[in-house]
Each structure stands twice: as C-alpha cells, then as structure tokens.
Design a protein around this ligand. Structure first.
Ligand code: C5P
Length: 287
C-alpha cells in the first residue's frame, strides 16, 4: 500500500505563553501544501522496520514512523510492517514532514492490517508522538490550539498561489521555543476570521500571518529574513515563515507572478508551488 504524506505551512502562528509542563500554548492555522513524501507499507510477520532514500535520516526508533507503527502494532500484539519512505519534504524546515510521516502510518497501518482503531485512540497516539502529529490526521486546513493538539477543522481554501521555499539550513524546534521572547501584548487568537478578512482585503493579510517565531529565528538566521524580503520583492502580496523555520512562503495572486518568483529562487534552496483551492489526496487511487 502506497500513501502520500503531505507537508503543511502555518498561516499565522501566535504563542500565547509558556505552560507549567514546559510546552507553549499557541494558536495557528495548519494548511496543507502540494508537496508530499510517499510511504509504501508492506505487511511482515512481526515488528516494524523501514528504509529511506535519505541516508542522513535514522531508520530506527528515533524515526517517528517506527514509533507510530509500534504504537499501532502494540494494540493487537501481532503482525508487522516494513515501510519504504520516499522523502521529498525538507527536514528541520517548519513543514511538519516527520509529523506528517507518523500520521500517514497511523492512517494507513490499521487499513493494511484490517484493524479497527477508533479516531479518539488514533488522536491520542498521535498527540503522544508529537504536538503537530494530530493535525496530520485531518484531511484539510485546521485551526489548532493548546500545544497544537486541540483541533478545529475550518472551511478555508486558499485563493492564492503559494510558493514555499526552504533555504539549506535546519532550525531546531526545541531551540526556537527556548529562544522565544514572550511579550505581554494581547494576542488575537481569532486566526481563522483574521485570515478570512485578509482574503477579502490584502492590506489585512500581514496581520493574519504573524508568526511569533520570526523575530528570534530571523535574528539568528538573517538568511531567512532575506528570503522573506526576496519573496515580497518578487511580487508576493504577503510572505511569512512557516512553523519555527527555516521555510518561508509567499502568497501570489497570479500563476504568472508565482512562476517568475519560482524561477528566481537561488539554487541550493528547495521550492514548491501550490495552486489556489488545492486539497490533498492521501491515498491515490490504484492504477
Ligand atoms: O511535541 P514535540 O515533540 O513536537 O515538541 C518538540 C519540542 O518543542 C518540545 O520538547 C518543546 O520544547 C517544544 N514545544 C513547545 N510547545 C509546543 C510544541 C513544542 O514548547 N506547543
């Protein structure tokens, strides 16, 4: 069974504050883009193993795919799976690739093995694997609260061409959270309505897309700020960082302007373009 594992961007990411458990409460809109890894799952007698086209990625228990597979297999105590991961989503890039891969295993493995696993059970396994994993069990854009696991699917289709660009650098999410300078200013947590207002009036878009990681991450990695400026100079009506970086996305009102911007992306950076109204197809039809 071969399934797709899509990347996301964050359309706005506000940090509400640090919690007693060390995590941060946040509000964000997770939005799928047209960039995906593939996972091919083959049943085995027992255990979970994997291989990957990227040699620098661990294929043992450090990989969220293996942890997700073992969590599902533990529900029955029998059966096994081998996973072949075809990686295209850049890692350490704020695109949720590892979390998406874990959720793809949680979606596909019960189907492959004919197991009945309830939605609540999958959600709780996902939340145990990482704060962003539960979102990737959703099929479309979702507003998230809490540490990212409290989800409210929203009816949002992007009216823009989205150009997502990843410079050749990794930002550690734990470092980015640890370096946040939390201000006392009140935070607008109505991100979805801010986004709707921004879609109707582009002068309001920048406000809707504020990412509270930008000040400290861009101070440490000025190349990311330069990339955002480059997208704005190339005709984007708004541009912002995704997650804790290093990816930046620009929103364009025409395919032509997005295509010109894409052509000008320096070599050494990876880029992908998502058409207006895009929605992901998780398990492509056979044939
Ligand atoms: O949940 P996950 O393992 O993806 O989180 C990685 C790290 O990011 C955590 O150890 C924590 O330091 C930080 N984090 C946070 N608040 C969140 C999500 C993650 O502080 N909402």
């Amino acid at each position: 069974m071969t399934v797709r594992s899509y990347a996301k961007i964050n359309l706005g990411l506000r940090i509400i504050g640090k919690r007693p458990d060390g995590y941060h409460d946040l509000v964000t809109v997770f939005h799928y883009i047209d960039l995906y890894d593939t996972l091919t799952l083959t049943p085995m007698e027992t255990g979970a193993s994997m291989e990957c086209n990227r040699e620098d990625l661990p294929c043992d228990d450090r990989n969220l795919c293996i942890r997700a597979a073992k969590a599902v297999l533990a529900l029955t105590g029998s059966g096994g799976v081998h996973i072949v991961l075809g990686k295209r989503i850049p890692t350490g890039a704020g695109l949720g690739g590892g979390s998406s891969n874990a959720a793809a295993v949680l979606r596909a493995l019960p189907v492959l093995l004919g197991l009945q696993v309830g939605t609540d059970e999958l959600h709780s396994i996902a939340a145990g694997l990482g704060s962003d994993v539960p979102f990737f069990l959703q099929d479309s854009s979702t507003e998230a609260h809490g540490r990212g696991e409290i989800l409210r699917p929203i009816d949002f289709r992007s009216p823009w061409w989205i150009l997502t660009v990843t410079p050749d650098m990794h930002v550690s999410t734990a470092w980015a959270y640890g370096s946040l300078r939390l201000g006392g200013a009140a935070i607008d947590s109505q991100l979805t309505s801010a986004l709707a207002r921004g879609a109707a009036d582009e002068s309001l878009l920048a406000h809707a897309l504020i990412n509270d990681f930008e000040p400290t991450v861009m101070e440490r990695f000025p190349e990311i700020a330069a990339l955002r400026s480059r997208l704005l100079a190339s005709g984007a009506i708004a541009a912002a960082m995704s997650g804790s970086g290093s990816s930046v996305y620009g929103l364009y009102t025409s395919e032509a302007s997005a295509a010109v911007a894409l052509e000008r992306i320096p070599s050494g950076m990876t880029a992908s373009l998502t058409a207006p109204g895009f929605s992901p197809v998780f398990i492509p039809p056979l044939g």
